[in-house]
Design a binder for this molecule. Structure first.
Ligand code: SF4
Length: 467
C-alpha cells in the first residue's frame, strides 16, 4: 500500500456523477435538503465542509433540521471518548425517521467507520443505513450517492489504503471570517494511545503551492483567520522542498490583513526555527499548543512520544524568551497504563515549572485498536480521579493569573460576533488566540479592533474598544 494523489481524471469522473445526481434532483418540486453532522476534531469539521461542498454541487440545499432532510450524513470520530456509543445512539434514533420517509438516505463516514469491525457492526445493527464509507474515499461521495439513488441497495466502502490526497474538492465553509486549510493528512508517529495513524493513514503533505493558492483565495474573499491543520504540522513537507517553518514564512509574506494559526504541534518536531518564524512574523498567532502529555520520561517513552522533559522545557523556555506574550497551551493524559504516583508527581512539577496558560487534561481511556489498549493498567479509576483533581487544582492556580499581564495593554481583536460574557459585549480573539469581550457593535464583526484590556478572567479578557 502507499499514499496516493487522486488524479484529475478521477475527480472529473466524480463531477460527472455529481451532474447526474443534479439532473435527477432537478425534477423534484422542491430543492432537496441534506443534513451533515461532523463529530470530533477540526480535521473532521474540515472534511464535513468538503462533504457539504459536494452535496451542494449535486444540487442539495443544506439544513440543520434532520426532519426535513433527504440525505443525512454522520461524519464520525474515533478519537474522542465514548465516540462510538454516541454515534450508535444517534444513528439508532434515525430508525423512525427512515420509517416515515423511506426515500431518506442515511450515510455514515469518518474515522470511526475506518475501523472495519465497527463499520460491519454498524451495518449489521442498522439495516436502514444506506452508505458506510471510510476516510480515504471521501471524494467519491457523488458516485456513492448516485449508486444508491439509481440502483438502490447498500454500500460499504472502506478500501485498504495508506491514504489519499484529493485536491480541488468543492468546499462549503461554515464562516466567511474564519477558515481551516488542511496542509497534511494522517500521521506516522503511532503514539501508543492514539488511533489516528490507523484511521487516517500515513502522513502525507499537500503541495506548498496548492496551500499558498488556497490561502491567497481565502484572503481575497475577505477571510481574516486561517487555521492550518494537520495531525503533526511540524513534520509537514516530507516529499516537498518546503518544511513547516518555510511554509509559514511564505504565507506570512502574503499581503492582506489576516491571521494564521496552526494545530497540532508535536514537541519532537517543533524547532527553535519555527519559534523564530512566529516571533518575526506579521500575521502568525502568538499561540503554541504543544501537547506534553506527561512529565515523566519513563511514561513518555511508553507513550512512544520521542522527546524528553528536558527537550520540552528547553523549547518552551526558548519560545517564551522569543515571544514574550506567547499563549502556551498543552494536553495532558493522567493515569496512563503503568504510570505510578512518582511519574504523576513529575507531571505536577512540570505544570508548576511551565505554568501553562491553559491545559486540556484527560484521564486515560483506551482507544480500540491501539497498543495502550492492551497494556497493564493496575491503578484504580478512583486513584486516577484523585490525581486528575490534583492536577486541575495546580493548573487552575497557574492559569488563574496568567492573563493578568494583559491588563492595561492594547490588543488587536478579530471580532467574531456577540459577546460570551455578556450579550451587551461583542467578542473576538486576540493574536494570542485569547477570547476578548469588548464594547463593540454589529459592524465590528469580521474586522479587527484595538481593545484596551480592563479585566482578566481565567479564560477570557474584557476591554474597551479604542478605535
Ligand atoms: S502525533 Fe501521536 S497523538 Fe498526534 S495524531 Fe500522531 S499518533 Fe496521534
Amino acid at each position: 500500500m502507499s499514499v496516493r494523489t487522486v488524479t484529475q481524471e478521477e475527480l472529473e469522473e466524480q463531477r460527472l456523477y455529481a451532474q447526474k445526481v443534479q439532473s435527477m434532483l432537478h425534477i423534484m418540486l422542491e430543492k432537496p435538503l441534506a443534513y451533515v453532522h461532523s463529530y470530533g476534531c477540526q480535521q473532521n469539521v474540515s472534511d464535513g465542509e468538503r462533504i457539504k461542498g459536494m452535496l451542494v454541487e449535486m444540487g442539495y440545499g443544506l439544513t440543520d433540521n434532520m426532519d426535513e432532510a433527504k440525505v443525512i450524513i454522520f461524519n464520525t470520530c474515533a478519537v474522542r471518548e465514548n465516540a462510538v456509543e454516541r454515534v450508535f445512539g444517534n444513528v439508532g434514533a434515525l430508525k423512525n425517521l427512515k420509517k416515515r420517509s423511506p426515500d431518506l438516505i442515511v450515510a455514515v463516514c469518518g474515522c470511526m467507520v475506518q475501523q472495519e469491525e465497527t463499520a460491519k457492526r454498524l451495518q449489521k445493527t442498522f439495516p436502514f443505513v444506506d452508505i458506510i464509507f471510510g476516510t480515504h474515499v471521501l471524494h467519491t461521495l457523488p458516485y456513492l450517492l448516485f449508486s444508491v439513488l439509481f440502483q438502490g441497495g447498500r454500500i460499504l466502502e472502506i478500501p485498504e489504503s495508506d491514504g489519499v490526497i484529493a485536491e480541488g474538492l468543492p468546499v462549503c465553509r461554515e464562516s466567511k471570517i474564519k477558515a481551516s486549510v488542511p496542509i497534511m493528512y494522517g500521521c506516522n508517529n503511532f503514539c501508543t494511545y492514539c488511533v489516528v495513524p490507523y484511521v487516517r493513514g500515513r502522513e502525507r503533505s499537500r503541495s506548498p503551492q496548492m496551500i499558498i493558492d488556497e490561502v491567497k483565495t481565502l484572503i481575497a474573499d475577505g477571510c481574516k483567520d486561517i487555521l492550518l491543520l494537520g495531525q503533526n504540522v511540524n513534520s509537514y513537507g516530507k516529499g516537498t522542498d518546503v518544511d513547516f517553518p518555510e511554509l509559514l514564512k511564505r504565507l506570512d509574506e502574503l499581503d492582506g490583513d489576516f491571521r494564521i494559526e496552526f494545530m497540532t504541534s508535536h514537541p519532537k518536531d517543533c524547532t527553535e526555527r519555527l519559534v523564530d518564524v512566529i516571533a518575526d512574523s506579521r500575521h502568525i498567532c502568538y499561540h503554541l499548543h504543544l501537547p506534553v502529555q506527561c512529565g515523566s520520561d519513563r511514561i513518555l517513552k511508553v507513550m512512544n512520544r520521542h522527546y524528553t522533559v528536558e527537550h520540552y522545557l528547553q523549547l518552551v523556555d526558548y519560545a517564551r524568551k522569543r515571544i514574550p506574550y506567547l499563549n502556551l497551551t498543552t494536553d495532558i493524559i493522567v493515569g496512563f497504563p503503568g504510570e505510578t504516583r512518582e511519574d504523576f508527581q513529575q507531571t505536577l512539577e512540570l505544570m508548576k515549572r511551565v505554568r501553562f496558560d491553559s491545559a486540556f487534561t484527560f484521564i486515560f481511556s483506551p482507544r480500540h485498536g491501539t497498543k495502550a489498549e492492551k497494556m497493564e493498567d493496575p491503578v484504580s479509576a478512583e486513584e486516577k480521579g484523585k490525581w486528575f483533581r490534583e492536577l486541575l487544582d495546580v493548573q487552575s492556580k497557574c492559569g488563574e493569573d496568567s492573563y493578568q499581564k494583559y491588563i492595561g495593554q492594547t490588543v488587536r481583536v478579530l471580532c467574531e460576533g456577540k459577546g460570551r460574557t455578556s450579550s451587551e459585549y461583542y467578542t473576538g480573539k486576540s493574536r494570542q488566540n485569547i477570547i476578548v469581550d469588548f464594547n463593540g457593535c454589529e459592524s465590528d464583526i469580521g474586522t479587527f479592533a484595538d481593545v484596551k484590556i480592563t479585566k482578566a478572567l481565567p479564560w477570557a479578557l474584557i476591554g474597551e474598544k479604542i478605535n
